[in-house]
Write a protein that binds this ligand. Structure first.
Ligand code: ADP
Ligand code: MG
Length: 244
């Protein structure tokens, strides 16, 4: 029996009179891994940013565990803590050590006591292979190492879902696999993930469902086999050809 985490219904977002998300609807089950692929400018980041309310949707509904998060009475603080995001640009606190990057948000947002926050942080830093760097500052780390810290920090918040916006796009090629492997490991703890990525082999391996976005709509969706072996739409076929 699967449990629904999100229902996104007829979501629209415009900037001025530029309609960027045209009519987006999809569901996310608990523990599902959904990847969003598509050309630059198709609206992938805007969709993730609407889901965690970094952007205000213009129209439509985002139902999270049965409640519309756009309802004025909805408890946004709780929601924000439960929906984590990993950005292309890492967004670590540069003045804090690796360990404190993972501890401080747990203390301030979740009001966790220091010992539990520390144990949780160390455990998650071990899981991404960053346990030798607890006292390092972000400036001493490579991009791949920073991104693994960002993942450990996000997981330390006990999220219901983690959103990833091109987590490996800013990395040197030799760092990409370390980050992708850290993400694959998260599937073992049953985390729900929505991933924007251009790493097509990874997307194919990890996803239960793939959404192909084109000019603000989900033009096609399906499981990896359907999208990669049998894409129906010419635009999907053309897009995937670029990655062969
Ligand atoms: P993707 O992540 O697929 O590359 P984006 O969601 O970043 O696409 O952008 C989709 C479209 O929305 C683009 O045309 C972009 O210029 C526009 N856009 C995104 N953010 C803003 C913003 N804050 N203000 C105005 N236009 C924006
Ligand atoms: Mg983007």
């Amino acid at each position: 029996m699967t449990e629904q985490l999100f229902e996104i219904k007829n979501l629209k977002k415009s900037f001025g009179n530029h309609l960027v998300l045209k009519d987006i609807s999809f569901n996310v089950e608990k523990e599902e891994i959904i990847s969003i692929i598509g050309s630059s400018g198709s609206g992938k980041s805007t969709l993730l940013r609407c889901l965690n309310l970094l952007e205000d949707p213009t129209d439509g509904e985002i139902i999270y565990q049965g409640n519309n998060i756009l309802d004025p009475n909805f408890d946004l603080n709780h929601y924000r803590a439960k929906v984590g995001m990993v950005f292309q640009s890492f967004n670590l606190f540069n003045n804090l050590t690796v360990l404190n990057n993972c501890i401080v948000p747990q203390e301030t947002v979740l009001k966790r006591d220091h010992e539990l926050a520390k144990t949780t942080a160390i455990q998650n830093l071990e899981s991404v292979g960053m346990e030798q760097f607890l006292e390092a500052k972000p400036s001493q780390l490579s991009g791949g190492q920073k991104q693994r810290v960002a993942i450990a920090r996000a997981v330390s918040m006990d999220p219901d879902v983690l959103l990833f916006d091109e987590p490996t796009s800013a990395l040197d090629p030799e760092m990409v696999d370390d980050v992708l492997n850290a993400m694959k490991k998260l599937t073992e703890i049953g985390l729900t993930m929505i991933i924007v990525s251009h790493e097509m082999q990874f997307v194919r391996d990890i996803s239960n469902e793939i959404l192909f976005m084109d000019e603000g709509v989900i033009l096609e969706h399906g499981n990896p086999h359907e999208i990669f072996e049998n894409p129906k739409e010419a635009r999907t076929q053309d897009f995937l050809k670029r990655y062969l």
